[in-house]
Design a protein around this ligand. Structure first.
Ligand code: CS2
Ligand code: MG
Length: 419
């Protein structure tokens, strides 16, 4: 070939793949794919509170097929598993495919000796803006939390606070002032706790609370708010209109995401930007929302979205319709899938913002060494080849799976509601 040599041009094979479940305060599902050339790739299949299921899908069904395949053929391998499953889509399967796809891109980047963002088309920006979660048992408590993030240099915060008269803490807020309410998993066991929700109190209180936050912190701070699927379409439309003067960066998951017509009703009544998609797992969950320009930000995670290969297509489709990215970044995503998102963020011409809740503990850093860094509220992606994150198996041996659950939500009369 004209004297040119590309590493592994003639043949290359996947020789083994292993799944690890566990981590510091989380059940991260980590996939490691090994090759006959010594290069390995890492993927994340963590599906919060259902972690053993993508792990079993990988171990029992996908890995036996993967052995012997050429890891450079990531497109064909993705199609093989997706089309080959016959029963397509769903978060469990897509998380498992996603982990494989991330690991194959990691290998591709290492073979090319390039960071993934360069393989995607290069950097479109130096740093990618992130948002943190400010939370409070009540409004003054939330104000303190916002102030502490501002001091750390964040330019954007999601704000959630307790609602006066609500029988239990509302979504993602602590029971007590100064507490850490932003849990998404209760590790005390598999049986969920119950939260009580009151739509009327929320609708009456939250718009004015958001207005007070805006008045206190001024126009420059990007404010986001997550309704977490709790409103009916008409209520969501009224809420989105009521908060227009606040100038939210986005209003997230105003309604349960299965009902796509609900987004049309919201759009007809308000110009508040809408973000949706953290529970979606394929382009078919959002292509109509994007094409009809009913949303402003698409929230899929690279894990549940089936990996980098399908996510790049979703990002490109979104770009055609002025929809920007705002990838899900709950703490249940391991630093591996977060790294995949950092690379997509660095490249995507229609990048918006990245949710960022990395635990940042020494234990987590020891398990997943990397030099992706957060500075002044922006993620600066690592220049290392591939994903730029590693996995320490000796550290991993310290952890094991722990059963946990999300809360369930009921109305005061006992009716089950959306968490
Ligand atoms: C939340 C999530 O990050 C978010 O915006 O909606 O934390 C969500 O509650 C969890 O991912 C559920 O596991
Ligand atoms: Mg959310």
């Amino acid at each position: 070939m004209g004297g040119r040599h590309r590493r592994g041009e003639d043949s290359m094979k996947i020789t083994d793949a292993q799944v690890f479940v566990g981590g510091p305060g989380k059940n991260y599902v980590t996939l490691k794919i090994m090759t006959d050339q010594g290069v390995y790739g890492l993927g994340d299949a963590t599906l919060n509170n259902r972690e053993t299921l993508p792990a079993a899908y990988l171990t029992d069904y996908l890995i036996p097929n993967l052995i012997g395949m050429d890891p450079r053929r990531s497109e064909d391998i993705w199609q093989f598993f997706y089309r080959g499953a016959y029963f397509r889509r769903g978060p469990i399967a897509m998380a498992a495919f996603g982990a494989i796809d991330m690991a194959l891109w990691d290998i591709k980047g290492k073979l090319a000796n390039m960071p993934l963002y360069d393989l995607f088309g290069g950097k479109s920006r130096d740093g990618a803006m992130v948002y943190a979660h400010a939370t409070g048992a009540d409004l003054p408590d939330l104000m303190d939390s916002v102030a502490s993030y501002l001091e750390q240099g964040y330019k954007a915060v999601r704000v959630q606070c307790g609602i006066p008269g609500m029988p239990t803490a509302s979504y993602a807020v602590p029971d007590q002032k100064g507490g850490k309410g932003d849990y998404i998993t209760d590790f005390s066991g598999i049986l969920p706790k119950t939260e009580i929700w009151d739509t009327d109190r929320y609708m009456r209180y939250m718009p004015s609370a958001l207005g007070e936050i805006r008045d206190r912190f001024g126009p420059d701070l990007h404010l986001l708010h997550d309704v977490h699927h709790r409103l009916l379409p008409r209520e969501a439309a009224a809420f989105a209109r009521a908060v227009e003067p606040v100038g939210l960066y986005w209003l997230e998951d105003p309604t349960p995401s299965e009902d796509q017509d609900a987004l049309r009703l919201i759009r007809q009544h308000s110009t508040t930007p809408i973000a949706i998609g953290e529970v979606f797992n394929s382009v078919y969950d959002c292509n109509k929302l994007i094409e009809n320009e009913l949303i402003d930000f698409i929230r899929l995670a690279v894990t549940y979205g089936g990996g980098i290969t399908p996510m790049k297509r979703i990002v490109d489709l979104a770009g055609l319709h002025h929809v920007r990215t705002g990838f899900h970044g709950a703490p249940s995503h391991s630093p591996i899938s977060m790294a995949a998102q950092y690379h997509l963020n660095a490249w995507a011409p229609n990048f918006g913002i990245q949710e960022y809740l990395v635990l940042g503990t020494p234990e987590c850093d020891a398990l997943f060494p990397s030099d992706h860094t957060l500075r002044d509220g922006m993620i600066h992606v690592s220049d290392a080849p591939g994903l730029g994150v590693d996995f320490d198996e000796r550290e991993a041996a310290r952890y094991e799976y722990k059963a946990g659950s999300h809360p369930v939500v009921r109305l005061q009369d006992g009716t089950l509601w959306n968490y």
